[in-house]
Design a protein around this ligand. Structure first.
Ligand code: MN
Length: 717
């Protein structure tokens, strides 16, 4: 390594100095062991980032030091401070999560990992509603609120050093900050941070406007400095006379807030008069109102400008009295009056619980503290009778029961917690759901039942003739997916049943020396009139579902009495494409070539068994429900069949068998291994897909040729 140039050496010395200040400030409220942890994290981070420099020319470690230092203002615990020092090592160096866990513990590792995950996703969309979803996604991904606090501090420091970046990068980061991070800070009640982020974003998004306003403000300030001093003195004197203890400060409004006011109310700079503000901090609530009265005696209030945010607090917990007054020379000015406690909440929001922590309480469960903060806000809200809706939203944001995922085009969709790829497919579009066959999450093929996590990028693969699988109902989480799948299956079953019913009726009519073409409209009408107002389609579906018997309906169509002895209907031809109206019995798994028989089961439609199926034999007593069926000669569909195989238990035997099955153009639907009586043999059950008996025979023949295979049989029960 060459010696560092002089400037870099100086910068490095500067970083060391800043680290020392950090340790000193941290030691003002952290235990010694936490400060020690922080010190070792610094040494570790310095080594990890060695040789890396920021665009500013500073050694990289100066950035995590600054981020960690920002957390001192909220009195964050040692673990969070340590994680802040390490927040970029996983992203930018070879350090792994495991290494951090081994050296600094599980919590620190989780925090660093959490921040790294947030770093990976960028906000690309230009749409406003998407910004809201993106904010929620960030909050959902940060399972611990400290991750968000570190991320916000990281963003603030990056914004402060943004000038060195390329202009297009500057704009992108500033826009993301304005639309995503500043609103999150606001939502968490971190008002100071919120204003800082807005101000910096504005400066980079609209550099010209920012400069013009800065100059205008400087001129106005020059004119009014004396007057501000005069007003400060007058306020202090007035409060003292009224015996109110108070700390009074002059407060300058941010340039962005002045700009916003100009835009919103269409005012010129000269018209935004109350560019000066004052803040009065007193000891308790009664003193707030006393101070207000005293000030209204001193200066005349501007009508309609008083706001009592103590009685009715803002949604994020903010409390203060706001009033606007006519100062000397009728200069308008704004005054905020609040207690010290309100002040801390106004500045630190969700972090105020750390600030207020009682000595001796455990800091381990900060999630609980966040809950407390939300709870206290909720209670105060209900006292003041204000709507708790916002807080409910916030609660959902921080502890979400939703996940947020990206579509391939970068849109964000929200889904219920535990949602799967199928839920996603239906959320995109019903057609996508109905036709989905496979899915990719973060570019990797995954099963459709895979549960999604916030930040996942999800892609659905569809096929034109694919249909929803009833098994999906066992894992989908969203109401939409559930109801669409049910709807589809019901419609499909109805249609397919009607088609089967039509064929059953046709067979029955032919058996009665008639035929479907010979039935007149009048005959149909007469029949339907007597069937309780059912449509022809509904009646046919009933036949297919086995709710009515085709023979009986055929007789009624032809007006033949029930008692007439006639031949049984001829056999129905089974093609295997009848869909849900027809099922192949799970007991005997018939395949083309097997002698078969059909059983009409009420509400289930026609069930096909093999002739020798023992299950079927048991219920042969009701001959009306049984019908002759036969295979269509040229069916090229695949049918499931079970085989059992005994093989010597050797390494790789299953792979050999699977390869052989693939060779014979059969598919494996499922495999299960049964531990045999000895470890020498293994019993393997396969469900295979074959075209017919000949195909099955071919498969079994080639399996027998494998030396390890000892016995193979088809299972029919
Ligand atoms: Mn960073």
């Amino acid at each position: 390594m060459n010696a560092l140039p002089v400037e870099q050496e100086a910068a490095s010395a500067q970083a060391t100095l800043e680290a020392d200040i950090l340790f000193k400030d941290a030691a003002s409220y952290l235990k010694q062991k936490d400060v020690n942890l922080l010190r070792s994290a610094y040494e570790f981070g310095k080594t990890a980032h060695l040789g890396q420099y920021r665009m500013t020319g500073d050694p990289y470690i100066s950035h995590p030091i600054a981020v960690s230092h920002m957390l001192v203002q909220w009195r964050l615990d040692g673990q969070a401070m340590t994680a802040a020092l390490l927040h970029d090592v996983m992203e930018d160096t070879a350090v792994t999560k495991k290494e951090i866990r081994d050296k600094f513990g599980k919590v620190v590792a989780e925090l660093v990992d959490g921040v790294s995950k947030l770093d990976k996703i960028e906000f690309e969309s230009q749409e406003h509603e998407q910004a809201e979803n993106f904010r929620k996604m960030l909050l959902a991904m940060a399972s611990d609120v400290r991750v968000i606090l570190i991320k916000l501090a990281d963003r603030l420091h990056n914004m402060r050093t943004l000038t060195v970046m390329q202009p297009h990068k500057r704009t992108r980061i500033a826009r993301e900050t304005m639309e995503i991070y500043a609103p999150i800070a606001n939502r968490l009640g971190l008002n100071k941070l919120y204003q800082d982020l807005q101000e910096l974003s504005f400066q980079h998004l609209y550099p010209n406007r920012y400069q013009v306003l800065t100059r205008a403000l400087a001129r106005a300030r020059g004119n009014r400095r004396e007057m501000v001093d005069k007003i400060l003195k007058a306020i202090r004197k007035q409060l003292k006379t009224s015996k109110i203890e108070a700390v009074v400060t002059g407060r300058e409004k941010t340039i962005y807030s002045i700009y916003k006011k100009m835009i919103e109310k269409a005012l010129s700079f000269a018209e935004v008069y109350d560019i000066y503000g004052f803040r009065v901090i007193v000891k308790d609530v009664p003193a707030c109102y006393l101070a207000l009265g005293a000030l209204h005696q001193l200066y005349k209030p501007i009508p309609g400008k008083f706001k009592d945010y103590i009685a009715i607090r803002k949604d994020n917990g903010y409390q203060s009295l706001h009033t606007s007054l006519f100062g000397p020379l009728s200069t308008p000015m704004e005054v905020q009056i609040r207690t010290q406690e309100m002040h801390k909440i106004a500045e630190a929001g969700v972090a105020s619980h750390w600030l207020y922590k009682e000595s001796g309480t455990s800091l381990s469960d900060l999630q609980t503290k966040t809950h407390q903060w939300l709870q206290s806000l909720l209670e105060m809200q209900s006292e003041s009778g204000n709507s708790a809706e916002f807080l409910e939203h916030l609660k959902v944001d921080l502890f979400p029961d939703e996940v947020y995922v990206f579509t391939p085009k970068g849109r964000i969709m929200s889904l219920p917690h535990g949602a799967t790829c199928v839920d996603f497919a239906y959320a995109v579009h019903t057609d996508i759901g109905n036709r989905c066959v496979a899915s990719k999450v973060n570019h990797e093929l995954v099963p459709l039942r895979t549960e999604l996590k916030s930040g996942d990028r999800v892609e659905v693969i569809t096929a034109a003739h694919a249909k929803p699988n009833p098994a999906w109902l066992s894992f989908v989480k969203s109401g939409k997916a559930r109801s669409r799948i049910r709807h589809f299956l019901k419609t499909m079953q109805y249609e397919e049943s009607a088609m089967l019913g039509e064929r059953l009726l046709g067979q029955a009519l032919i058996a009665l020396q008639s035929g479907p073409d010979k039935i007149t409209e009048e005959q149909w009408e007469r029949l339907l009139k007597g069937s309780g107002g059912k449509s022809r389609q509904e009646l046919l579906a009933d036949l297919g579902l086995g709710k009515q018997l085709a023979v009986v309906v055929a007789r009624r169509l032809l007006s033949i009495g029930d008692g007439d002895a006639t031949r049984q209907p001829g056999s129905l031809v089974i093609r295997g494409s009848e869909g849900m109206a027809l099922q192949f019995a799970k007991c005997c798994h018939p395949i083309p070539g097997d002698p078969i028989i059909g059983f009409l089961r009420k509400d289930h439609g026609l069930i096909i068994h093999t002739h020798d199926c023992p299950v079927a034999r048991k219920s042969r007593s009701d001959p009306d429900k049984w019908m002759d069926v036969e295979w269509a000669p040229d069916s090229k569909k695949l049918f499931a069949v079970n085989i059992k195989l005994l093989a010597s238990n050797e390494r790789g035997v299953l792979a050999k068998i699977a390869a052989e099955i693939a060779q014979t153009e059969s598919n494996i639907e499922s495999v299960s291994l049964e531990p045999g009586d000895s470890s020498v043999y293994a019993e393997i059950n396969f469900t295979l897909q074959v075209i017919d008996r000949l195909h099955l025979a071919r498969v079994m023949r080639s399996l027998r040729r494998i030396p390890e295979v000892i016995r193979i049989i088809r299972l029919k029960t």
